[in-house]
Design a protein around this ligand. Structure first.
Ligand SMILES: [Fe+2]
Length: 334
C-alpha cells in the first residue's frame, strides 16, 4: 500500500484575543521575495551518532544542512520590516529572553511566507520526505530578538518541541558582533550526560556555520540537534525566524511537547491549538485506513489500526492533563 499523505489543515479563520492584525506590512510575493538555493551538504543523524533505533523513530535520517539561501534581498527587507512591526509584542520565558510567537496570526506576510508552497517543497526535498507547514500556528514563524543585555545568550542549549524547522537570519549576521547560531555535533543523550555530570560541551563538537547575510538559514531536525544562539558581544540588532514543519505521513510517532508549549504560549490558545492538531492527525489516520480498505482476514491488523489512533489520542490526552506539572527544559548555557 502506498504511504498515505495527510491533507493540509487550514490556518484558523478566527483571530484569537491579543493578536491584532499588523498595519502597513508588505504583501508576500513568492516570485519576488523567495530566492531559494539548495544546500550543498546535509549531515545525517548517523553522523551525529544516533543509532538505527533512534532514527527509526524519526520521519527521515536528516540532521542539519549547511547554510542555504531562502529570501531575495527584497524579501529579506520585507521580512525585517515585519519583524520590527512585531517587536512590540515580544515576550519572555525561562529559556528565551525576548521572542514573538504567534506572529503568523498577526502578519499575513509571515503567514504566507511560512506556509509558502515553494518553501515547503524545498524543505521536503532536503528532508527527502513530504512535509507540511506546521499545523500548530504557534510553531510557524517564531521570532527571536536580541536580549537587552549584551552578552546574554538568546537561547540556551536545547532541542526543539517539534521535528523539522529552519533557523533563518532576519537581520544581517555580519552587522553585529557575536550572536552565532551553534549546534553540537553529537546526540542529545550525550549532552544530557555531560550536563548531569556538570561538564561543559566538547568545544571540538560545537559548530558555528557562517551565515553570509539576512535571508540565509539552516534546516535541522530540531528535536534531535542540540543547538543555541549565542549572545551579542556589542550592542546591536539581531533577529532570527524559526519555521516548523510536520511530516505528511502522520503514521510517524508524533513529537510535540505540549507540556513545553503550554509553558510559553498563551493558555487560551496553546491547548486549543494542540487539540486541533491532534484531531487533525486522528482524522488523517482514519482517512488513511478508509483509503487503504480491502477485504481481509487479518483482524489483528484491524485491531492494531484502531489502537494506533486510540494510543495517539490517549497520549495526547495525558499530555493535556499533565502539562501543569512541567518545567521548561534546556541544557543550560555552558
Ligand atoms: Fe531551537
Amino acid at each position: 500500500m502506498n504511504v498515505y499523505l495527510a491533507d493540509p489543515l487550514a490556518f484558523p479563520a478566527e483571530l484569537p484575543n491579543g493578536f491584532p492584525t499588523l498595519e502597513g506590512e508588505p504583501v508576500f510575493d513568492a516570485a519576488k521575495h523567495l530566492q531559494i538555493e539548495m544546500p550543498q551538504t546535509v549531515i545525517s543523524l548517523q553522523e551525529f551518532g544516533y543509532s538505527d533505533e533512534d532514527i527509526a523513530q524519526c520521519p527521515c535520517d536528516f540532521g542539519i544542512t549547511n547554510v542555504f539561501r531562502i529570501l531575495s534581498d527584497e524579501g529579506a527587507e520585507c521580512m525585517l520590516k515585519v519583524a520590527r512591526l512585531l517587536e512590540p509584542y515580544v515576550k519572555s520565558n525561562a529559556r528565551i529572553s525576548r521572542n514573538v510567537r504567534g506572529g503568523a496570526y498577526q502578519s499575513k506576510f509571515l503567514r504566507d511566507l511560512c506556509q509558502s508552497k515553494e518553501l515547503t517543497e524545498t524543505v521536503s526535498k532536503i528532508c527527502r520526505t513530504d512535509l507540511l507547514p506546521h499545523t500548530i500556528p504557534h510553531q510557524l514563524g517564531h521570532l527571536n530578538y536580541n536580549p537587552k543585555e549584551v552578552g546574554e545568550n538568546f537561547d540556551k542549549w536545547h532541542v526543539d518541541t517539534l521535528r523539522i524547522d529552519f533557523v533563518m537570519f532576519v537581520t544581517d549576521p555580519n552587522s553585529v558582533k557575536g550572536g552565532e547560531f551553534e549546534y553540537h555535533l553529537g546526540t542529545k543523550d550525550e549532552v544530557a550526560e555531560l550536563r548531569k555530570a556538570g561538564k561543559p560541551l566538547d568545544p571540538k563538537k560545537i559548530m558555528a556555520p557562517a551565515l553570509p547575510g539576512p535571508g540565509y538559514a539552516v534546516l535541522q531536525q530540531g528535536n534531535m540537534v542540540v543547538h543555541r544562539a549565542k549572545g551579542l558581544t556589542e550592542v546591536g540588532e539581531r533577529i532570527t525566524m524559526v519555521n516548523g514543519y510536520v511530516p505528511r505521513d502522520v503514521s510517524f510517532p508524533d513529537y510535540t511537547r505540549f507540556d513545553q508549549l503550554y509553558l510559553v504560549d498563551p493558555e487560551h490558545m496553546a491547548a486549543s491549538e494542540y487539540s486541533r492538531y491532534v484531531t487533525w492527525m486522528g482524522r488523517e489516520l482514519l482517512e488513511a485506513q478508509l483509503q487503504g480498505f480491502e477485504f481481509s482476514e487479518d483482524k489483528t491488523k484491524m485491531a492494531e489500526n484502531f489502537e494506533q489512533v486510540a494510543n495517539m489520542m490517549s497520549a495526547a490526552a495525558e499530555q493535556l492533563r499533565k502539562a501543569d506539572e512541567a518545567k521548561i527544559e534546556h541544557f543550560g548555557d555552558g
